[in-house]
Write a protein that binds this ligand. Structure first.
Ligand code: SAM
Length: 255
């Protein structure tokens, strides 16, 4: 295989990778001048394996985040939710990042609010280990279950990119996503709202009055959740949209 940047970029581009030049630069840096290592890295990438698993890192909200193989790669489209969560977290406050994966959102909160306490959970041991490697206080288990009981009633912000893809839509995910990433990261049950609804139900035990809940979701899930939000005492519900006008999340306060 050619080892100069232009040849590698042409190989990646020919294989359909749209950011071929940027990816080439990252792979070259990762191989650190070792051609055999570079060949192995490029071969992995050509199988569709996520670049972040190969290089061991990804960028999120201007931070470098370690990403171990098998762990969900943080997506740029979640950055807006993380930034909103920062605005709701007082300097000395406390936040929970549910389903933290690599810990990207927790790390964002920690970097913008260094005096705050940020805790996180994930059900996948690989994710918890990765988040811990990123400096996050991460607990292994289902949603709120593994979190310290002492936090109940005092949390300022609960944020989460929980699985919200409807089970029947899983095969429609990008080929590489479906082939490499775990369905555990995506599967939100029959209509995608099963875990979102559990979070709505359980968050009031942890949130203080006036505390904020911010969740990523998509499609018409914001409308599907409205009755639960009202019944469970959330107010000030805002639907968060991306630049294309698509629904990307909800933000609400606990009364
Ligand atoms: C879509 S990923 C989001 C990861 C991270 N928040 C991010 O944005 O990069 C969802 C994560 O939820 C975790 N997960 C799935 N079901 C869970 C549950 N019941 N409790 C805790 N974590 C769960 C998965 O292991 C995965 O890491």
């Amino acid at each position: 295989m050619g080892h100069d940047a232009a040849t590698l970029a042409a190989i990646l581009s020919g294989a359909g990778f749209i950011a071929a030049e940027e990816e080439t630069a990252e792979l070259l840096e990762c191989a650190a001048g070792d051609d055999a290592v570079l060949d192995a890295l490029v071969a992995r990438r050509l199988t569709g394996e996520p670049l972040a698993w190969i290089t061991g890192r990804s960028s999120f909200c201007e931070l470098e985040i370690r990403v171990a193989p098998g762990v969900y790669v943080p997506r740029w489209h979640s950055e807006a939710l993380a930034r909103r969560a920062v605005t709701r977290l007082p300097p000395n406050g406390t936040a929970v990042d549910l389903c933290t994966g690599s810990g990207a959102i927790a790390r964002t909160l920690m970097s913008r609010r260094p005096a705050a306490r940020v805790v996180a959970s994930d059900i996948d041991p690989r994710a918890v280990a990765c988040a811990a490697a990123n400096g996050v206080e991460a607990y292994l288990g289902d949603l709120f279950a593994p979190l310290p009981r002492a936090l109940e009633g005092g949390i300022d912000v609960v944020v989460g990119v929980v699985p919200y893809v409807p089970t029947p839509d899983l095969p429609l995910l990008q080929r590489d996503t479906f082939a490499f990433e775990s369905p555990l990261a995506y599967d939100g049950g029959p209509d995608g709202t099963a875990i979102l609804r559990r979070v709505l139900r359980d968050a009031p035990r942890f949130l203080r009055r006036g505390g904020a809940l911010l969740l990523e979701l998509g499609g018409a899930q914001d409308r599907a959740l409205r009755p639960d939000l009202a019944r469970l005492g959330y107010t000030g519900v805002k639907v968060l949209h991306d630049e294309e006008g698509d629904v990307r999340g909800i933000e609400a306060s606990l009364t």
